[in-house]
Design a protein around this ligand. Structure first.
Ligand SMILES: Nc1ncnc2c1ncn2[C@@H]1O[C@H](COP(=O)(O)OP(=O)(O)OP(=O)(O)O)[C@@H](O)[C@H]1O
Ligand SMILES: [Mg+2]
Length: 300
């Protein structure tokens, strides 16, 4: 059996067209200065910072202790080198989107506040690891997530997305790095609503998201009149399904423009063509139509 190699992580960069050269290759962005607070410090007189959990394009997430309520929380702080007003607005938008949702597969927000020049929100701490880290472990061991586990994760995250969509919220960055699996219970939890928007909002002028999971309409390449909507999250979940089942994402290309074009018009890969032996009972492929919004998973 041939084992697929790790997906090309360069495709995970956010698409900021100012960071692409004329051929669509990523130009390395200057690194941002690191951000306080240090472990051991107190944020907003309440949260005792324990350790960093992760950082991405916009924020840093810490594990902390709420000293009033005596419980562990996760704190997300915005990187303060950004335009402060925009940073505050983006973080608040993320916290507000979470505040409208109540689902066991969507992380719960507790509070929003200010820390020096920076803003933060406190949320439920999910004790576990990201699905991306778990998948990386399987890839390193040259094995696969068991199929029943993959299907459970997918259906639970689909439930979480359903709850968001029912409130008119589109996540726009569904990917393994934004799913945390709780260690004790196996509960998958969708996090990082940093790009979330209301379905009724017009699409932003810049392309935002993660190219290897991005629906054509999110890259501005949808069929006429098709804008980002719940279907775009379902497409991304389809890409995650493909990766969970085969160990690799459906389209791989270091060049972001070619990668986005592949989502739009390359032949749709069948999971069973990448990993035939274990997928006899289930053939899963991405589905795409020129006339209807993109739909992620098709049983074939
Ligand atoms: N509530 C949480 N509980 C446990 N771990 C978390 C939680 N929120 C985030 N993490 C960890 O921190 C990492 C980064 O979180 P998140 O994706 O929200 O931030 P980000 O990627 O910096 O944000 P953005 O993508 O908006 O720049 C996650 O991959 C996860 O490992
Ligand atoms: Mg993230």
């Amino acid at each position: 059996m041939s084992i697929p190699s790790s997906p090309d992580r360069s495709g995970e960069a956010y698409v900021d067209t100012s960071s692409l050269d004329e051929f669509g290759n990523v130009i390395d962005a200057p690194s941002r200065p690191s951000i306080t607070p240090e472990p051991g410090s107190l944020v907003a007189g309440t949260y005792h910072v324990e350790r960093e959990l992760g950082r991405g394009g916009m924020g840093v997430v810490y594990r902390a202790r709420d000293t009033w309520l005596d419980r562990t929380v996760a704190l997300k702080l915005i990187v303060p080198t950004w335009d402060d007003a925009l940073a505050e607005q983006k973080l608040q938008q993320e916290a507000k989107a979470l505040a409208t949702l109540r689902d066991q597969h969507v992380v719960q927000v507790y509070a929003f506040g200010r820390h020096g020049r920076s803003y933060f929100f406190a949320m439920e701490y999910v004790a576990g690891r990201s699905l991306e880290a778990i998948l990386d472990d399987y890839r390193q061991r040259q094995s696969f997530l068991p199929q029943h586990r993959a299907l459970t994760i997918l259906s639970r995250i689909a439930d979480g997305l359903d709850a968001a969509h029912a409130r008119g919220i589109v996540h726009r960055d569904v990917k393994p790095g934004n799913i945390v699996i709780e260690e004790d219970t196996g509960r998958p939890v969708l996090i990082d609503f940093g790009l979330a928007q209301q379905s009724s909002d017009p699409d932003p002028e810049t392309i935002e998201g993660t190219p290897i999971y991005m629906a054509p309409e999110q890259a501005g390449l949808g069929a006429d009149g098709i804008t980002v909507g719940p279907w775009s999250d379902i497409y991304a979940l389809g890409c995650v399904a493909f990766e969970l089942l085969t160990g690799r994402t459906p389209y791989l290309d270091r060049n972001i423009v070619r990668l986005l074009q592949a989502h739009q018009r390359a032949p749709i890969p069948l999971a069973s063509s990448v990993r035939p032996s274990s997928l006899r009972s289930m053939r899963c492929s991405l589905a795409r139509s020129r006339n209807t919004p993109s739909i992620g998973i098709r049983a074939a």
